[in-house]
Design a protein around this ligand. Structure first.
Ligand code: 13P
Length: 247
């Protein structure tokens, strides 16, 4: 399993960030799972070089620009130089600030060019009775896959994060059965752009109110390869408890 901790802007204190990273490193040492921490970009430089084996770092976002006059941006090359192995791209909180599918695709292409693994976030804002949200999801995924060279499409990690399930509680998260259905759907779309064997190997994660109380059921019944965890990843005790629940 991949257990990716998206710290968002929850962790502002540098001491806290260091202590939390040390906890995750200890957990990784005695675990068969892969741990990925996504701190804020201000903290990324503190840690990213420490990433090794099943303990790695991700950017929470990155620039679509390949350097040059792009004030405030952090490029794929800069992240690579820091030792960053992954980049969360297309998170719904970035899309809500205006990020388009075209920008998301451009960022994924930039990341892949530096051998940074994109964790591509997709997910519907709301669900409708006619299931037209599935079309939106297909579009989010297809637009990126079409922009990526066929031989690189298998190098992505997909994070399915329904926006309505983010930042709530375990009770309001997606059910394991619904998650399994969504993962099948995502794999179907992947198989339209990739050879079947390569499509089956792309890790699909779930994010949206993953907590100690629901991670076991989601892992056992959700057909996922891991999780992208927000609020439950920024407290050492909670995250340690959550990790113990992962089968
Ligand atoms: P929560 O776990 O806080 O719902 O956040 C999920 C998420 O957005 C991870 O990227």
């Amino acid at each position: 399993m991949i257990l990716a901790a998206n710290w968002k802007a929850y962790v502002e204190d540098t001491k806290k960030a260091k202590a939390l990273a040390a906890t995750v490193k200890r957990l990784a040492l005695k675990s068969p799972h892969t741990f990925i921490i996504a701190p804020s970009s201000a903290h990324l430089a503190l840690f990213a070089k420490a990433g090794k084996k099943n303990f790695q770092f991700a950017a929470q976002d990155m620039s679509v620009a390949a350097g040059g006059a792009a004030t405030g941006e952090t490029t794929a090359v800069q992240l690579k130089n820091l030792g960053v192995a992954y980049a969360i791209i297309g998170h719904s909180e970035r899309r809500a600030m205006g990020e388009t599918d075209a920008e998301v695709s451009g960022k994924v292409v930039q990341a892949l060019a530096q051998k940074i693994t994109p964790i591509l976030c997709i997910g519907e804002r709301v669900r409708d009775a006619d299931a037209t949200y599935l079309q939106g999801l297909r579009l989010q995924l297809s637009s990126v896959l079409s922009a990526v060279a066929p031989n690189e499409r298998g190098s992505l990690v997909i994070a399915y994060e329904p926006v309505w399930a983010i930042g709530r509680s375990a009770r309001e998260a997606l059910s394991p059965g619904d998650l399994a259905e969504m993962v099948l759907y995502i794999r179907k779309v992947l198989a339209e752009h990739l050879p079947a064997r390569a499509a089956a190997k792309v890790p699909v994660l779930y994010g949206g109110s993953v907590e100690p109380g629901n991670i076991r059921d989601l892992a056992e019944g959700g057909r996922v390869d891991g999780f992208l965890i927000g609020h439950a990843s920024v407290d050492s005790a909670t995250f340690s408890t959550l990790v113990k629940q992962v089968p």
